[in-house]
Structure formats: C-alpha cells, structure tokens
Design a binder for this molecule. Structure first.
Ligand SMILES: [Mg+2]
Length: 392
C-alpha cells in the first residue's frame, strides 16, 4: 500500500480559511481527511503541505510514526515552526483516518478504546460569530450577559468569552473593573451551574495577567486562558500559583519539549494543545502522556473546521485527562453543508456522542467546498491608544 498523492482543499469560512488535507492511497476508494487550518497563513500552509508531501508520497500510509518522523526531522529543519507543524498535523490526522478505515474502527478504538460515554462541549459567546466574540465593547457588560444567556438557551453548560480587553504592559484599574463587570454580569445571568471561561488571548503582560486573574478569581471561572504570552513560562507559573482559577494554555505551542518545560514549571492546569498544530494525533498523544505525568488536564484548542473537531473528539474519547471539547457552530451558516460527521452532539446539554464510523467518521463534500474558495482573511489588528502595537 502506498500514498499516491496529497491534496489540499481550501474553504473560506469568513474568519478562517479551512484547509482540508486529503491523503489518497493507491487502494481504490481509500483516502483520509485531515485539517491544517492556520488563519492568515493559508497560502504558506498549502505550500508547506506540498513541500512535506515530497517526503512521504510513495510510502506506506500505515507506518504513521515512521512518516511522522520523516515529516518532522528530514530536510534539516525540524517541524515545529507553526507553518510546517500545521502541515504535518493535517497530514498526520489524515493518516490516522486511513488507519481507522483500514481497521474498520473509529480512531479512538485504535488508541485503546473509549474511556468515557460522552464528551461535554463548550461554545464561544455568539457561537463563533466573530463580532460577538471579538468585538463586544469592553464596557458593555449587558451584552456579555445577553450572549451568555443565549448560549444557555442553545443548550450549552459551558462557554468562553474574551472579556479581558487589550492592555498596555501596565495600566490602572479601568480595564480590570471592566473585565470584572463583564464576568459578574455573565455570572449573574447564568448562575453557578454554568461554567464560564475567560480567554485573555495572551494580551496581558504577566503583571496585568496577574491583576486580571486576581480580580476574576472570585467568580469561579472554569479556566483562565492565556493570561500572558505563552513564551513567558515564569509569568504563567506565577499567575497559576497566585489564583485558584486554573490557568489554561498551549494552543500556540507546537512541540513536545516546549510542553515539557511548560508542565515542569506548572505554567498551567489545562493543556490546550491544538491537534492541527502540535503534530496531529501522533503529537497530541505524546503531549497527553506528558500531561498525564503532571496531572494536567486536556482541553484541546479547536476553533477551526469540522475535521479538527472530529479529531479532537476521537482524541478525547481515548484520553482520561480530556475534560471538554471546544466547538464553534455559528461561524458560517453553511457549516453542515461541507461535512458529514460521524459523531452527534445532542442539543440538550451539547454532549457529543461517540462516532461509530471508521477513522474520524467525517466525509467532506468537495463540491460544497468549491462554493467557498480562498479569500484573504479579515484583518484583526490591535493598536493601543498611543498608536503602539498590541496583541489581538
Ligand atoms: Mg485561546
């Protein structure tokens, strides 16, 4: 059995271009789907997949670890730069889909079988509509509360918001009070039964992240995400130690050694490795073993397209430390047109039931994808009041 070709299908989904990867074998009808979505880097990733494909076309797709080593280590440059790591991840996910199809089993069965009956999912405020997640006025606590109530009405028991505004390295009380007001309004609106998460998008400096963390601690957040740059392990560790709210991070980390350092410094309680960036299911499973050794939970980053969600669920059904699946459901109204999924999500409680189809259980509708060709992603840039550059 040989890999015959590796194709990419780009599907413009407003905020992102979903990059679907199709690994085609020389066996009739046997192919796998992966996803390598990397917003604002679509052309680079498509090119990187072409470069990496040179290494493995003609090889046996069943030798996943061997091919992963080729993709990561050959051609001199290691595969942890974000573009190449995303390309490798997309191909790796497709190889596991093929392995599942060969076995006639969902991927989670290949990873040792299911460790749970269902997986809880959470949404972004607004369900992934970018204006409702990224563009609520920072002093509009009422709007945060309305959207949180709406998510509960849609059946979610957990939701994430970007209630921490961009701040310069040091600022006074105003942004802290605004974040606190937004979270207080959401908590008042949904009560204690619903889990709220705040994503800081690594906007704050460690000093500001600590201030936000302390201010929001009394509201019992489920987790507090990227409270400072992921590169700043001491900052993450200090915030994680100073608050009872668990810190979550990892979506921008692409290699095992960096996760080792993060975990060893106790920079987080929740690992948000992104399966489409951290080396695919092969990389994520190694990271999960490392997290397990530190009793760190898993909640993979997943705001991308439907293949990424399927991969996260297959991973989650096989990983004891997996706590919740990030989902986006309202980014584009035609999301369901491009994919047929093997798993189901109940509208009441938004619990994912396991996929029973082979591999990832997904089928991409290639004709539907063609209706949404590549478009440049909408720019998202942050400048502080004085014109200096901030983090989005
Ligand atoms: Mg995030």
């Amino acid at each position: 059995m040989k890999i015959q070709k590796i194709e990419t299908l780009v599907c413009h989904a407003r905020m992102r271009n979903w990059v679907f990867v199709k690994v085609v074998t020389d066996q009739p009808g046997l192919y796998g789907w992966g996803e390598a979505t990397l917003e604002w880097h679509t052309r680079a990733v498509v090119g990187a997949i072409e470069d990496v494909a040179e290494l493995i076309v003609g090889e046996d797709p069943r030798r996943i670890e061997h091919l992963w080593q080729m993709m990561y280590r050959q051609h001199f440059w290691h595969g942890h730069g974000i573009v190449r790591s995303t390309a490798i991840s997309g191909i790796d996910i497709a190889l596991w889909d093929i392995a599942g199809k060969i076995a006639g089993q969902p991927c989670s069965q290949l990873f040792g079988g299911s460790v749970r009956d269902w997986i809880r999912t959470y949404c972004h405020l607004g369900g992934g509509k970018m204006e409702d997640f990224y563009e609520i006025a920072e002093d509009d606590a009422k709007r945060f509360a309305e959207l949180a109530t709406q998510a509960v009405g849609e059946g979610f028991t957990a939701m994430k918001t970007l209630a921490v505004p961009p701040t310069m390295p040091i600022e006074g009380l105003v942004p802290i009070r605004r974040a606190e007001a937004a979270v207080a309004a959401m908590r008042d609106a949904v009560g204690d039964e619903i889990d709220l998460m705040v994503d800081c998008h690594a906007r704050p400096s460690p000093a500001m992240g600590l201030k936000f963390g302390k201010a929001l601690d009394p509201y019992g957040l489920y987790f507090f995400e990227e409270p400072c740059w992921p590169e700043n392990l001491d900052g993450l560790a200090a915030i994680n130690a100073a608050t009872t709210t668990p810190v979550a991070t990892g979506e921008r980390i692409t290699n095992l050694a960096a996760f080792r350092d993060l975990f060893a410094r106790r920079g987080c309680e929740i690992c948000q490795c992104d399966i489409t960036h951290c080396g695919g299911l092969t990389g994520a499973r190694r990271i999960a073993a490392l997290a397990d050794a530190h009793n760190i939970a898993l909640a993979p980053h997943n705001p991308q397209g439907p293949v990424s969600t399927a991969a996260s669920l297959e991973f989650g059904f096989s990983q004891p430390g997996y706590i919740i699946c990030e989902t986006v459901h309202a980014d584009v109204p035609w999301r369901d047109d491009v994919v047929e999924e093997g798993y189901t999500i109940e509208s009441e409680g938004r619990l994912a039931q396991p996929n029973t189809k082979p591999g990832l259980g997904v089928e991409i509708n290639e004709e539907a994808v063609k209706q949404h060709p590549f478009e440049q992603e909408l720019p998202q840039r942050v400048f502080y009041r004085d014109g200096s550059i901030g983090d989005w």
